[in-house]
Design a protein around this ligand. Structure first.
Ligand code: PBG
Length: 323
């Protein structure tokens, strides 16, 4: 009771505050998403993601070396596939010489200890821009997960350390795990996008990869943002099926879900601070309405406080330079 307890005592100066701080950010926390395109010496800024680029494979090599020198230890690869290579079955995703497979090898060569994570998904390869095979206007589950498991295997063959299915089909983790085990990829980690909501925050990402759905939306597979308990069901199921790391996505508007999962499951939880979250801060900072660096750190720290062990963030490089 006051004045015996004065809560301000431990806030009196920066040293005291540092001694009693509960959470902090370090390069070990981050996953750096990277957008890869065909071409050479090509770097294109994504209009709705100022300061973020798609880059060709040759540039990727120098870029990952610089990320590694900053202490960053993992990248998450996404590819922008030329339209001519897209079809309903995502055939190009299985090409051993495809853009993703070449990107994986490039990163592994440039920075052998960098943890290479890959997006396992159909949408960048789909002529419909959906995360599944389309039949009679519907996204079909069981034929999709067969293809996804082959894609994961192809990434493992190319050298991926972690495969990250981002589609939200039922049973895909088990299918991928079986496929990897059969081929003796017993150490390949599966990071499951286990609680991924159908969200408006993915807009800029779909610009980046030109992967917006051609018809309808993703609400028959991604989760309804009006629901909370469903996140636990989805996540527990994925762990039973063989996921090593689970994920909540988007991040900031779903901190309650991260906290729920932290209390219920024991595996590491990743938070994905998605493209729309990045775009919002960039836009507000551009207008001079918010202090970019202060808000960046405050938001990223909130993921740690909520219970995330890993954070996929387009701010990873910037924040690591700052801390
Ligand atoms: C699709 C995928 C999406 C993102 C990652 N993987 C978009 C979607 O589901 O439509 C979004 C990432 C972001 O917004 O930063 N497989």
């Amino acid at each position: 009771m006051y004045p015996i307890q004065r809560n301000r005592r431990l806030r009196a100066n920066a040293s005291l505050r540092a001694l009693v701080q509960e959470f902090s950010l370090s390069p070990n926390d981050f996953i750096v998403p990277l957008f890869v395109i065909e071409g050479t010496q090509t770097k294109e800024e994504i209009p709705s993601m100022p300061g973020y680029y798609r880059m060709s494979i040759d540039l990727l090599s120098t870029h990952v070396k610089s990320l590694w020198s900053l202490g960053l230890k993992s990248v998450l690869l996404f590819v922008k596939v030329p339209n001519a290579l897209k079809d309903n079955l995502g055939t190009e995703a299985l090409n051993p010489e495809g853009l993703m497979q070449r990107a994986i090898k490039t990163v592994k060569e440039a920075t052998p200890e960098m943890v290479v994570m890959t997006d396992v998904a159909l949408d960048p390869y789909s002529s419909y821009g959906h995360d599944g095979i389309v039949e009679a206007g519907k996204i079909v589950n069981d034929s999709t997960i067969k293809v996804l498991s082959k894609i994961a295997l192809s990434h493992a063959h190319a050298g991926a350390d972690v495969v990250a299915p981002s589609d939200m089909m039922d049973g895909r983790i088990l299918k991928i795990r079986e496929e990897l085990e059969l081929a003796n990829f017993t150490d390949t980690v599966i990071m499951s996008y286990s609680a991924k909501y159908a969200s408006g925050f993915y807009g800029p990402f779909r610009d980046a990869l030109d992967s917006a759905p051609g018809f309808g939306d993703k609400k028959t597979y991604q989760m309804d943002f009006r629901n909370r308990k469903e996140a636990l069901i989805e996540t527990q199921r994925d762990i039973e099926e063989g996921a090593d790391i689970v994920m909540v996505k988007p991040g900031l508007a779903y901190l309650d879900i991260i906290r729920d999962l932290r209390e219920e499951v024991a595996v590491p939880i990743a938070a994905y601070q998605v493209s729309g979250e990045y775009a919002m801060l960039k836009a507000a900072a551009e207008k001079g309405w918010l202090d970019h660096d202060q808000i960046m750190i405050e938001q990223l720290l909130s993921f740690k406080r909520a219970g995330a062990s890993l954070i996929a963030s387009y701010f990873a490089e910037a924040v690591v330079k700052l801390i």
